[in-house]
Structure formats: C-alpha cells, structure tokens
Design a protein around this ligand. Structure first.
Ligand SMILES: [Zn+2]
Length: 302
C-alpha cells in the first residue's frame, strides 16, 4: 500500500514564507500542507522570496514532503462567478498563478464563487471566461475547483455544474476538482456512501480529475447547505465515514488536507487558540477515534 498523503491548512507569513509553512506542518506530523499566499479574506500579497523558497524546498526534501502534493488555496474574496468582479478576479487569479508557479506548487484550489442574483447559467459563463483568460498552454499549475455546500447562491454544489465549467475551458487539462467532505455532506451527498459518490463523480467528470480532497467533519446535517467545518469524528459525518474517504484506494495519489477548526480553551469559548492537526493526523494514522481529542489538544498546547 502507498503512503497516505495527509496534511492540513498552515499559515504563510511575510517573513518566513514557505519555510515557515513547512516548519509548521512538520510540527503536526503531516507529509503535505495547504496555505493561502496571504490572508484568505483579502488580496494583499507579499513578494515571493526565492532564497526562502529554496531553503523550504531543501527542508521538504529532507523531511519527505513532496512539493507535487502541496496545495495553495486562492482567497475566497475572489468571486469569478460575479459579472461585476470579472476584471478584478481575472487580474488577481493571473497574479496568483504566477506566485504559485514561482513557489513550484502544482495545485491551486479555487472556489467557483456565488452568482448573487445572476442565476447559475450566467455565473458558469463568467467562471469559464475568467479561467480562459488565465489558463494558457504554458500554465504549470492545476486549478482545482472546489465542490461547494450550496450556501446562499454558491455555484459548484453539484458535479454537473463543475462539469459544465470544465467543458467550457479551452485548456481544461489544467482544470481539476477539489472534493470537500463537509461541503459534499452539506450539499446533500451522503459520505456514508462514498464509493457511490465516487462512481457518480467518475461518470459525470472522471475520477482522474480529482486533484485534492479537503477532509472535514460537518457541524450540520446532510443537505443543510451551511458549510461549517467540525473537527474529525465530532461532527455529523463521523470518524469511520471520513476514514473511508481518507484511505479510499481510488484516491491514494491525491493529497488529503484537513481544514478543521482550531480548538478553544472550553467547548464554548469564543477564542479558538489551539491547532487540532497533530492530534487529528495521529488518530487518522492509528485509524482509531480519540475519545479525548479536544482535551488532548488543550493540554498539549496550554
Ligand atoms: Zn475546503
């Protein structure tokens, strides 16, 4: 059996850049990671420092992290579905692709966006326009469109919508999909039948188009269209169903990324201080749910 490719969302700071991200991941014990090149909710971005990048890549080689499996997430403020933002989205995405290529990263996750009140058809045309402006034959990164929960007017809540976008893009060998288990659940795809979901995905889009999987439990029920992530094994999807995704044979070459919430001092504390990833990765590798997950996280970081 191949080695599990697992990691989580880490930070990317102006001063330490990719090296800081690698060091953070090593502290959790993962062998891949995902980051935003700046804050997810804005588009302010720093210059990529090639010396730091080289140092980070050397450290990755020593530590068994394959750059091919590393993922960047585009900021969710860009909304390629919305006509009013087309120029801004296009320009930002072009710059983001350049930054990601400069870092040597091969996978860029993008939310298809929300149509606001334009309707899905116009939104899909807009997304196709933006992707066609940004993807050229020399693009080296795969754009992974994320499956969405269907909150508000989000586009990409069904495989059929994603397929329509992919079909409209000229160089669509560079367009892939990022499955998110929380979003799938909230959109109405039951993770308890994950093999059936994969069969359906294969029929509509093609299994080789899966470029990344976000592993999250959900705070809400099947089909709730909410999108609120929960720690692994604590939400409505449950540990065993998530393990079936993580260890699925058909996805063994695809990086699995945790985007689960930080844990607070108490169950209802407002401030979420402690990263859950070290303990979540541990129980995933052990294939056994840790009944004391939250307590263990709190006492480790306190
Ligand atoms: Zn996600």
């Amino acid at each position: 059996m191949k080695e599990l490719i697992i990691g989580n969302h880490v930070s990317f700071k102006k001063d330490t850049q990719l090296l800081g991200s690698v060091n953070e991941e090593l502290s959790y014990g993962g062998n891949t990671f995902m980051f935003y090149t700046g804050a997810p909710q804005n588009t302010a971005r720093c210059e990529i420092n090639d010396i730091i990048t080289e140092e980070a890549i050397n450290l990755m080689k020593q530590s068994g992290i394959d750059l091919e499996n590393v993922v960047v997430h585009a900021p969710y403020i860009i909304n390629p579905a919305n006509t009013a933002n087309l120029e801004f989205s296009t320009n930002f995405l072009k710059q983001e692709i350049d930054r990601v290529e400069k870092l040597g990263v091969k996978r860029l996750v993008l939310h298809p966006g929300s149509h606001v009140n334009l309707g899905v058809d116009v939104a899909i045309k807009n997304i196709i326009f933006v992707l066609n402006e940004c993807i050229t034959p020399s693009t080296k990164v795969d754009i992974c469109l994320e499956t969405m929960a269907g909150k508000g007017s989000e586009v990409g809540r069904t495989f059929e919508e994603l397929k329509e976008i992919i079909d409209g893009v000229k160089y669509n060998d560079k367009v892939k999909v990022c499955l998110d288990t929380c979003h799938l659940n909230d959109a109405g795809y039951d993770i308890a039948n994950f093999d059936k979901i994969l069969d359906e995905f294969d029929k509509v889009i093609g299994i080789d188009k899966i470029g990344c999987v976000h592993i999250n439990d959900s705070k809400n029920t099947l089909g709730s269209h909410k999108d609120r992530h929960e720690n692994i094994g604590i939400g409505t999807i449950g540990f065993d169903n998530l393990l079936n995704v993580i260890y699925n044979k058909r996805l063994e070459d695809v990086p699995k990324i945790l985007e689960t919430p930080y844990v607070g001092e108490t169950d209802d504390s407002k401030e979420k201080n402690y990263p859950p990833y070290k303990f979540e990765i541990e129980m995933i590798r052990d294939k056994k749910f840790n009944e004391h997950l939250l307590e263990d996280i709190r006492s480790f970081y306190k």
